[in-house]
Design a protein around this ligand. Structure first.
Ligand code: ATP
Length: 346
């Protein structure tokens, strides 16, 4: 058995500026073979620029890029986009309107059989002779994916492929696309500004901010152990309380928790609303007291805004309908993971 350790994509210390605008700075990223990695960040953080450098549509000012172990950009090295063995799926499918589905998918495919195989993979075998304008938005994106896979690329790059679809279709299609990529054994990099999309689909998420990759990790790692307050708040609802750390424990207004070693002194404790429980009405050991400020019901869960004795605000998100009203005095306690950060001034 042969073992090829080269990652599907390897970007090392890539920089790209447009005039004085630094779009990407010192970005390093790896996509292991056969895996889906998400590049997640707000608008303008440099995701598309990084993707375009990997595809070969932009030249990095510095750094190196390798695809399947072959260097495609770097000092003295430049491989044209068409020779990089990269498949692309954009926000709006970019299909040829005058070609039917089979011809679109066959464009660039090395073998005729690939067309049927890839249309089968995306569940559109019976639409081979339809034209793009006869398809729904979701179907067009599935054709775009089939076309990218049909060329047997080393990597598939997806740039906000679901952004133009309405919410329910988006959710359905993204699960389907992740499944197709997995079944095809494809290595893929997905650019998105949608936290839920990145967390639910990718094995690894790289969070980008202001041109830099701020944190890379599994969805659970980056959600439960964000490296900065910015990552914590970007990935979901988070309240931050001041605390003190010593010996692997932190103490704050809500009690004392284990957060792992390595922190000492003043810390910021990141509390997700779903890790905050409310109960009782009479003081109990280990719980802090809080006053209910407001609440909102969302159908499958509800959010309660609380004010602690210190005056600090905290949110609690729980399943079902709220049993609390503004003005109620309640006990609050931590019922889930919390993380602690060294205050970094971001
Ligand atoms: P979005 O989600 O809005 O697409 P993004 O994270 O993909 O954002 P980029 O499109 O990579 O971000 O843009 C990063 C920064 O670089 C932005 O400030 C953008 O205006 C700038 N930029 C990107 N391409 C160019 C260009 N060709 N010329 C000048 N500035 C550019």
């Amino acid at each position: 058995m042969t073992f090829d350790p080269a990652p599907a994509i390897s970007v090392a210390a890539a920089d790209k500026a447009f005039g004085s605008m630094v779009a990407v700075h010192g970005a390093s990223l790896e996509v292991p073979k056969g895996e889906l990695v998400a590049l997640l960040g707000p608008s303008g953080s440099g995701k598309t620029t990084l993707l375009r450098m990997i595809a070969g549509f932009e030249r990095p000012d510095a750094g190196t890029i390798a695809i399947g172990g072959r260097r495609v950009a770097g000092p003295g090295v430049w491989v044209e986009p068409e020779s990089r063995r990269v498949g692309m799926v954009f926000q709006a499918g970019a299909l040829f309107p005058h070609l039917d589905v089979a011809a679109n998918v066959g464009f660039g495919a090395p073998r005729r059989e690939r067309v049927g195989e890839c249309l089968g993979l995306v569940g559109l075998a019976d639409r081979a002779h339809s034209y793009p304008h006869e398809l729904s938005g979701g179907e067009r994106q599935r054709v775009a994916l089939a076309r990218a896979l049909a060329a047997e690329p080393d990597v598939v790059l997806l740039d906000e492929p679901f952004a133009a679809l309405d919410a329910s279709l988006r959710e359905e299609l993204r699960t389907e696309v992740a499944e197709v990529l997995r079944r095809a054994g494809a290595s893929a990099l997905l650019v998105t500004h949608d936290q839920a999309e990145a967390l639910s689909l990718a094995r690894t998420v790289a969070v980008m901010r202001d041109g830099r990759i701020e944190q890379v990790g599994s969805p659970q790692e980056i959600y439960e152990r964000p490296r900065s307050r910015w990552v914590a708040e970007f990935l979901g609802e988070a309240d931050v309380l001041p605390g003190t750390a010593a010996g692997g424990m932190v103490e704050c207004e809500l009690g004392c928790f284990g957060v792992g070693d390595g922190l000492a002194g003043t810390v910021e404790i990141v509390v997700r609303p779903e890790a905050v429980a409310i109960g009782g009405g009479s003081p109990s050991a280990g719980a802090a007291r809080a006053t209910v400020v407001d609440g909102a019901f969302f159908g499958h869960d509800h959010l309660v805004h609380l004010q602690l004795a210190s005056g600090r605000r905290l949110r609690s998100r729980r399943l079902g309908a709220p049993a609390w009203h503004p003005g109620d005095e309640v006990d609050v306690w931590i019922d889930g993971p919390v993380s602690a950060l060294t205050p970094a001034g971001d």
